[in-house]
Design a protein around this ligand. Structure first.
Ligand code: DC
Length: 214
């Protein structure tokens, strides 16, 4: 089976880019971040706090997480695609993804998802932990300012007004968390193909990735 792995920081455009490449190359798209978001949503629904580590680990073991071909996320037979993007989930998902035992369970699940298909999977530790032997590995980056600009634009389109300084601060905090986890932290390695998308269009990034796969 063919595996394409893409890592990168929040707001680097991984989701958008990976979806397009998946369609063009007929690969199954897997958003590993959505699995962590499912655990965060389940924890919230069970009134658990981030500190309730043991309870969260127990809960994670009971969850059934699936992705449909058209990209929806199904948690215990319920479509939670929208809910896992809520502010409440986004606030607690990073500390939850730092729990080592939660990562072990989800990494196992992510590997199984690639069992009998050609896949393209994006996240933070796909090139290093989940599939260190992937056929193709990419690190997709963009400057903090550019990532904040992209988020600002998305927000404005949804009529959400958050000042740039605040966005930059929150992206810096997320980067720090993502890069300083005991296990599965985001890192650059020599065997990744590094793409800095700061001054590139979506099409240019997609073409760059496809060129390297072909
Ligand atoms: O990509 P995202 O923002 O939806 O990811 C949600 C959270 O999950 C984010 O805080 C980082 C974490 N994550 C992770 O630790 N490992 C992954 N492979 C993917 C996401």
């Amino acid at each position: 089976m063919k595996i394409v792995a893409i890592d990168g920081p929040a707001g680097s455009g991984k989701g958008t880019i990976t979806k397009i490449v998946a369609e063009k190359l007929n690969l199954i798209y897997i958003d590993s971040g959505a699995t962590y978001r499912c655990v965060a949503l389940a924890a919230l629904r069970n009134n658990l706090k981030v500190e309730d580590k043991e309870e969260i680990i127990k809960l994670t073991k009971t969850l059934k997480i699936e992705f449909t071909k058209d990209g929806r996320t199904i948690l215990n037979n319920e479509d939670v695609s929208k809910e896992i993007r809520s502010k409440e989930v986004s606030e607690i998902v990073s500390p939850i993804s730092s729990i080592v035992e939660v990562r072990e369970i989800l990494v196992d699940l992510q590997r199984k998802m690639a069992n009998d298909h050609d896949v393209i999977m994006e996240g933070r530790d796909i090139t290093t932990v989940v599939f260190p032997n992937a056929n193709y590995k990419f690190y997709l980056d963009a400057s903090i300012e550019e990532r904040a600009r992209r988020r600002f634009k998305q927000n404005e389109e949804m009529n959400i007004h958050i000042p740039m300084e605040e966005l930059i601060e929150s992206i810096e905090k997320r980067d720090y968390n993502d890069m300083h986890k005991p296990v599965g932290s985001l890192m650059r390695t020599n065997d990744q193909i590094y793409i800095d998308s700061t001054n590139m269009t979506i099409d240019e990034v997609v073409n760059e990735i496809i060129k390297n796969i072909k």
